[in-house]
Design a protein around this ligand. Structure first.
Ligand code: XMP
Length: 326
């Protein structure tokens, strides 16, 4: 796909058949562009990078090198899923980098949200660059830029972790889905055989759980965020709410309150549940989670998550609050 402007005559991809035509065209175009070269791609596991990776893998196989950086702020089993789908199923060339310690050490003691985001973004580029420099013969950088990124932010993915990478690495860009809207990206992802859960997953911020472990991140509190998030996701999936609610997650602030467990006084964190409906993230309203389900989630969090003695439900819409807590 050349050029950055969508032809007004281009039909919206709304069916598997149309997605298959798009895939065939793109495979031919990617092959013609890349020839015998190699393409490097940062694979976060998000919808856009996953669809881009699957398309490139289908077009050029081994000549695609995916790098998945685990910054230690991913949700439970997220990296495992990326490895399962791309390495084991699609047989893609995938390098897994466990950089959790590096990120968590750099973030230790940092309270300010924008500072946390900057550190995560900067380190991500550093880690990715280090991997790129170990590889020979890379000519292209694959990117899952989509059309709203072009329309809204000059081709830089909104909030993207890897903004600035192409210029720094000096590679030519391959952006096979850059003229697609999100719903079309999902159609193409499903036609490529990616799991439904990966293609329809809820939005997840680049800095990951790092912005849900409020203030200075500690490993134990981050674990409380990760474990409570996993419980929330399991229960939403079991009740079918995951198909309806746009974005849902838990937040653990760095405050403690008194409680009582096994007859002993405790001093532990609260877990805050957030479940929002939105179309474009600009405004959002809360999902009214049924009380029985809230009670089940509360009981599981209190029984299964270490260091927690209270569960709260955030009933604030956007505006006045933002979706994330920081
Ligand atoms: P807010 O909290 O501003 O969030 O209402 C709107 C949407 O953006 C996501 N978000 C981010 N995404 N990096 C991202 O990639 C970020 O730093 C970031 N902060 C917020 C948020 O999850 C919601 O979908």
């Amino acid at each position: 796909m050349s050029g950055n402007v969508r032809d007004p005559k281009m039909m919206r991809i709304t069916s598997k058949k149309m997605a298959d035509v798009f895939i065939a065209e793109q495979i031919a175009e990617i092959k013609a562009t890349v020839k015998d070269g190699r393409v490097l791609l940062a694979l976060s596991g998000g919808v856009d990078s996953s669809v881009c990776a699957a398309l490139l893998a289908k077009a050029i196989g081994e000549k695609l090198v995916c790098v998945h950086v685990n910054h230690g702020l991913l949700r439970k089993n997220e990296s495992e899923e990326v490895i399962r789908v791309f390495k084991n199923e699609l047989k893609a060339n995938l390098i897994y980098v466990d950089a959790a310690d590096e990120f968590l050490d750099a973030l230790a003691g940092v309270e300010e949200p924008e500072q946390k985001r900057k550190i995560i973004g900067r380190l991500f580029i550093e880690v990715f660059k280090k991997e790129a420099q170990k590889l020979d013969g890379i000519d292209f950088l694959g990117q899952g830029t989509i059309y709203p990124d072009i329309l809204e932010s000059d081709g830089v993915k909104a909030h993207h972790n890897v903004g600035g990478l192409p210029e720094q690495l000096g590679f030519k860009l391959v952006e096979p889905i850059k003229l697609l809207y999100k719903d079309e990206v999902r159609q193409v992802g499903e036609a490529l055989g990616l799991p439904h859960g990966m293609v329809y997953r809820q939005p997840f911020p680049g800095p990951g759980l790092g912005v849900r472990c409020i203030g200075a991140i500690t490993r134990d509190r981050l674990e409380a965020v990760r474990e409570s998030d996993a419980i929330l996701r399991e229960e939403f999936a079991a009740s079918g709410l995951d198909q309806k609610v746009w974005q849902f997650f838990t937040v653990v602030p760095p405050i403690q309150s008194t409680g009582i467990k096994d007859g002993k006084r405790t001093y532990e964190w609260p877990v805050i549940i957030r479940a929002m409906n939105s179309v474009d993230a600009v405004t959002a309203t809360i999902e009214e989670i049924p009380y029985a389900l809230l009670g089940k989630i509360r009981d599981r969090i209190l029984a299964e998550v270490k260091g927690v003695n209270r569960v709260l439900y955030d009933v604030t819409n956007k505006p006045v609050a933002t979706i994330e807590w920081e």
